[in-house]
Unconditional design. Structure first.
Lengths: 273, 341
């Protein structure tokens, strides 16, 4: 009999590497043992001999055999991840934490606000919401990015725009000659959504500065604190609330989050930093 | 209550070596350091005060392997469990925090659980105090009351022995020829000594004006914006000694290394005082300044733990005071926090 070891990664094969933007790649992974995750939960990805880093899968959770993570090259581990090729071996631990409470969204109007690399976890969320869109009162997406080249999943998002069950609008900080969408920060296109803000759900994921201003905007519009869901980026390491790094007030992002409703964390200092 | 003579305790330590790696404090200069007992060691100290190293070092090692390759097994390095002798009450309070983190919390840590289950704790009453001792302010007495297997109280010629666990009772029963019934006057001696040492700690507290824990409620929230954090952190050199040496601090860092052909995952103690502690990939750092990290250290001890676990993560052992090259004094910080109304 072997005891469960929470620090042991599962041997995982890299099935494919997709270049999304100059700094972002998506890895298609096949874990040696099935990993069942809920949208919004995260995993720790190990590059053998280099280290591990936390990512929220960008693929739909209903696909059990293959999992995708979309990764921006920003540090030591992600630098190595970007060098991975088809057939390489990596490790996975998880899933960890709490995902989005999909059951609570049923019967409600849902607005998803994404910025930059925040599109990665939101892609997983959007596919999960599409699967239950018949049970949602309304589904809207507002996404923003620095410029058109940095838009993730352009092909897929073009498909989303044709969906009848989705109200979608996109913006870039700075457009180019081919860009036909809005220009400006994502916060300026949020209030074009036609819904009852007092009862609606607002979900925000993106860089910290964008999350801060988008949350502020949602509150101004009338969204209730408890109806705003944030995916918090902290330095998650152990994934099980022991190593201490990802503390937010009375919580650990790794086990109590990374998805928090705003009312739970709004009174703690340092949440946006 | 039973009694063991000093000679028989030595015999017991000799016997324990069959089943345990036995560690016992030895005095060097003004400090006491744990050494491996090998039968020949004879300058050990059972009583006196806490050792230099915190007890947690025997339960989560400063650096240890937690996974090898993709293998299922939990690596357990030691061949024998450990018997730690002469442990003081302040370190035993550290178990409250360590157990909460590694054993009682939603997820259990298999390495810690094994060490906790198998290691033997032979604690002892303090027989003197250091200037930095202030355990009574944190509701700890300088004699163990819980979390030990057997406890030794120095009396003339030997020790009164008290068991607080099945393991401890079984140990006494197994070696009953080494023990005698305690005499009533020995118990009187013990009680007088306990009262004397407790009075000395209380004298320390009074001299330094250390507030007692009943007054700690809300001290962090009340002082979040205080200038005192910057003032206190001014001399800090970010060495991390205060957290490494603390019996309650539990933070660690996971890192991977190539162990010859096999990948190994290690965990090493980490410190929230280090700049990179909370930094995320890409460089964003919630606590870029030292004073923010000092505030966070106190927030964790005196705000987080009482909220999630109903105790303060400080034992009054005073190690962080003597370890700090910048002379940052937790007693003084607590005094300022309490008095800033």
């Amino acid at each position: 009999m072997s005891e469960a070891n929470p620090y042991r990664p599962i041997k995982t094969e890299v099935l494919d590497v997709i270049t999304e933007t100059p700094t972002i790649k998506t890895l298609r992974l096949q874990p040696g043992e099935p990993i069942f995750f809920q949208t919004g939960q995260f995993i720790e990805l190990t590059v053998p001999g280099v280290g591990e880093a936390p990512f929220t899968p960008s693929s739909r959770p209903s696909r059990k055999d293959v999992l995708e993570v979309t990764i921006m090259r920003v540090g030591k581990v992600t630098e190595k991840i970007h060098q991975l090729k088809k057939g390489d071996t990596v490790g996975l631990r998880g899933p960890f934490g709490n995902g989005y409470p999909l059951e609570e969204f049923k019967g409600r109007e849902v607005l998803v606000v994404g910025g930059g690399c925040g599109f990665a976890p939101l892609r997983s969320l959007m596919y999960s919401l599409f699967e239950i869109s018949g049970e949602l009162k309304k589904l809207s997406f507002r996404g923003g990015c620095k410029n058109p080249e940095e838009f993730l999943y352009r092909g897929e998002i073009a498909e989303w725009s044709k969906r009848k069950d989705l109200d979608i609008e996109l913006t870039v900080d700075k457009g180019d000659k081919n860009w036909k969408g809005k220009v400006g920060l994502v916060t300026v296109i949020i209030d074009s959504v036609d819904m009852d803000y007092k009862t609606g759900i607002g979900i925000v994921c993106g860089p910290p500065i964008m999350m801060k201003f988008a949350t502020r905007k949602l509150m101004e519009m009338g969204f209730r604190d408890k109806n705003i869901y944030l995916s918090m980026e902290k330095n998650m390491s152990c994934g099980i609330g022991k190593c201490g790094h990802c503390r937010i007030g009375n919580y650990y992002a790794c086990k109590d989050g990374p998805v928090f409703s705003y009312d739970k964390i709004k009174d703690f200092h340092e949440i946006w930093d | 209550m039973v009694y063991i003579s000093a000679g028989n305790l030595r015999r017991l330590l000799d016997i324990l070596q069959d089943d345990y790696g036995v560690y016992i404090p030895v005095k060097k200069g003004e400090q006491r350091f744990y050494r491996r007992y090998d039968g020949a060691l004879d300058d050990f100290v059972i009583g006196e005060v806490r050792a230099f190293e915190p007890l947690k070092a025997f339960f989560t090692r400063a650096r240890e392997k937690v996974a090898e390759g993709f293998g299922q097994d939990v690596p357990h390095a030691q061949d024998k469990p450990l018997a730690v002798v002469g442990v003081k009450a302040c370190d035993l309070k550290g178990f409250k925090v360590q157990d909460h983190v590694f054993a009682d919390h939603d997820f259990q840590d298999p390495l810690y659980i094994k060490n906790r289950r198998e290691n033997l704790i032979i604690s002892a009453d303090c027989t003197c105090v250091l200037d930095t001792c202030f355990c009574c302010a944190l509701g700890v007495t300088p004699f163990p009351t819980e979390n030990y297997d057997i406890n030794l109280s120095a009396v003339r010629g030997g020790y009164l022995v008290d068991a607080a666990s099945e393991k401890g009772r079984a140990l006494i029963a197994k070696h009953k020829s080494l023990f005698q019934e305690a005499k009533r006057e020995q118990e009187g001696d013990r009680d007088r000594q306990r009262a004397r040492v407790k009075a000395q700690v209380e004298e320390n507290i009074k001299r330094e004006g250390v507030p007692v824990q009943d007054r700690f409620g809300g001290i962090i929230e009340r002082n979040l914006e205080s200038k005192m954090w910057e003032e206190e952190a001014k001399a800090c050199v970010e060495c991390g000694a205060c957290t490494i040496i603390c019996p309650t601090c539990h933070c660690f860092l996971l890192y991977d290394q190539k162990d010859e052909e096999r990948m190994a995952r290690l965990r090493v103690w980490d410190s929230c005082m280090f700049k990179g502690y909370a930094r995320v990939a890409g460089g964003a750092n919630p606590r870029p300044k030292l004073w923010m990290r000092l505030r966070n250290r106190f927030d964790k001890k005196f705000n987080f733990f009482p909220k999630v676990a109903d105790f303060y993560a400080c034992t009054g052992c005073g190690r962080c005071i003597s370890a700090c090259p910048a002379k940052i004094d937790i007693r003084k910080v607590l005094k300022r926090l309490v008095n800033n109304v």
